[in-house]
Write a protein that binds this ligand. Structure first.
Ligand code: DX5
Ligand code: ZN
Length: 238
């Protein structure tokens, strides 16, 4: 069984059929639903607010993961929590009181994650990672779906994994942006275990279920190769 989890991002969904699209993703084995919240300040785009989370909460049992790309996340945590959110991803960038934000998330009984943009190094996580359930490595600059994967983020995924193994084993490494059948194997090789995907899932003309199966096959192929390499290395050493 694959240890890689898929988190469909509804930013690329058809909002007129949102419940149906989320149900399709759930049937296809989605681990959680990724909700991108944008305020037009932190990123140059607007998206959705707690009302969407409240509606989704009524139609799915999947965990709802809220990626806050907003200037003042602390102002909105209570409302999103009351709407039925299960976890929050807040950015390191622009947050001068990140420790306070993370503690507030935890005091609400929710899972906490910190996101870092492509130009931000893994070292900024050193003093906060012990408090986290997950780290989100942005593999595009946040703000829009369907952007091109930033390849220079790949080594950072491994660096985040090392930091986590050292300071907070069990904390998940998630990636977000430009994940498709080509890039999914690369991020898995780099040690990511949770993959956010928007356009590759909801933009697929064959539907979310087929798209998720394709992603999973791409990832499993990668995992099979890794196992085979490990087996032959073992044989060589015997
Ligand atoms: C980008 C968002 C992503 C977005 C990913 O700012 O955080 O979650 O939905 O979309 P794709 O998978 O299309 O790059
Ligand atoms: Zn996101």
């Amino acid at each position: 069984m694959s240890i890689v989890k898929l988190a469909p991002s509804i930013l690329s969904a058809d909002f007129a059929r949102l419940g149906q699209q989320v149900a399709e993703a759930a049937d296809a084995g989605a681990d959680r639903i990724h909700v991108d919240v944008m305020d037009g300040h932190f990123v140059p785009n607007l998206s959705m607010g707690p009302a969407v989370v409240r509606s989704l909460r009524r139609v799915t049992h999947l965990p709802l993961e809220i990626h806050l790309m907003i200037a003042d996340p602390d102002f909105f945590l209570d409302e999103f929590a009351a709407a039925g959110s299960d976890s929050f991803l807040v950015h390191w960038e622009g947050n001068h009181n990140l420790h306070r934000t993370v503690q507030r998330i935890k005091s609400l009984g929710k899972r906490a994650g910190v996101a870092i943009n492509p130009a931000t190094g893994s070292g900024v996580l050193e003093e906060i990672v012990r408090d986290l359930d997950q780290v989100l490595v942005m593999t595009v600059d946040p703000g829009f779906g369907h952007q091109q994967f930033v390849r220079t983020t790949l080594p950072k995924i491994g660096q985040v994994r090392e930091l986590i193994e050292r300071l907070k084993p069990g904390c998940a490494v998630e990636v977000d942006g430009g994940i498709d059948v080509t890039t999914a194997p690369l991020v898995v090789r780099a040690c990511a275990t949770v993959l956010v995907a928007g356009s590759a899932i909801f933009g697929d003309p064959d539907g979310a279920g087929v798209a998720m199966e394709r992603l999973r096959m791409a990832v499993n192929h990668r995992e099979d190769e890794t196992e085979a390499a490990a087996r032959s290395a073992l044989q060589r050493s015997q």
